[in-house]
Design a binder for this molecule. Structure first.
Ligand code: DC
Length: 230
């Protein structure tokens, strides 16, 4: 069967990664979570005191970019690649609310974006890939055979993220999570370089009232239709 590129973009906490992982598993495609890459750079900046609640040394971060090595290493138990920053598994560290608070600022920097986009294009050069992010259908793979754009209300998304963080034992309030979701939406959609926009040829899915199974079935059908035509 012909292999394609599936680009999944959309707002934060719309379940992009859950859907992308399910699809990659079903199709035996590679799954790439590009948000994890931006998160790992933000985590590096935090660890090296380049970013904090009242400072951000962008120049120092840009200068440090050649020292930031990102790699997905496949974890057979999980069925997908985990994010390694300079050979350290940082999957847990990059999912905290602190990293979520800083990551949009890091993702605004053009030098960061071009480094990561180049790496993402390399990972997808042989197709058979499901990649999720904000600019996959617009910048990384503008020729992707299928582009999905996912949305849901800010409240629905905040509730999902809040439940996830609570399950992990993170002591956060729903109000803080909602604030973070709204702030990130603003920064992601207003940044000068590659703002979050829906590609002209993307299919929009609002999953506020769709469950995972319904959404998975709908997108799988779309993929099967596309594969027949390429
Ligand atoms: O998908 P996520 O919430 O893990 O993404 C983290 C942040 O990274 C998000 O605020 C926007 C940014 N991002 C981006 O700018 N471009 C991408 N392709 C993926 C993520």
């Amino acid at each position: 069967m012909k292999k394609i590129t599936v680009a999944i973009d959309g707002f934060s906490s719309t379940g992009k990664s859950t859907l992308a992982k399910q699809l990659a598993k079903e199709l035996e495609y590679v799954y790439v979570d590009t948000g994890a890459m931006y998160r790992a750079v933000a985590y590096y900046a935090m660890q090296n005191q380049l970013i904090g609640s009242d400072f951000f040394d962008k120049i120092a971060l840009i200068q440090a970019l050649p020292k930031i090595q990102l790699e997905f290493k496949f974890n057979a138990d999980l069925g997908f690649g985990e994010m390694y920053l300079n050979d350290e598994n940082v999957e847990k560290q990059i999912r905290t609310i602190e990293v979520s608070n800083f990551v949009s600022k890091v993702a605004e920097i053009s030098e960061v974006r071009s480094k990561l986009v180049e790496q993402q294009q390399e990972m997808g050069k042989n197709k058979a890939i499901v990649m999720d992010g904000r600019d996959i259908g617009t910048v990384v793979f503008p020729d992707a055979e299928l582009k999905i754009f996912m949305t849901a209300s800010a409240e629905t998304r905040a509730q999902r993220r809040f439940d996830e963080l609570q399950q992990k034992g993170d002591d956060v309030s729903y109000e803080d999570v909602l604030k973070n979701v709204v702030e990130r939406d603003y920064i992601d959609t207003h940044r000068a370089d590659s703002p979050l926009v829906i590609a002209d040829d993307a299919i929009e899915i609002d999953n506020s009232y769709l469950n995972r199974e319904e959404q998975f079935a709908a997108v799988l059908e779309l993929i099967n239709d596309v594969v027949k035509t390429v």
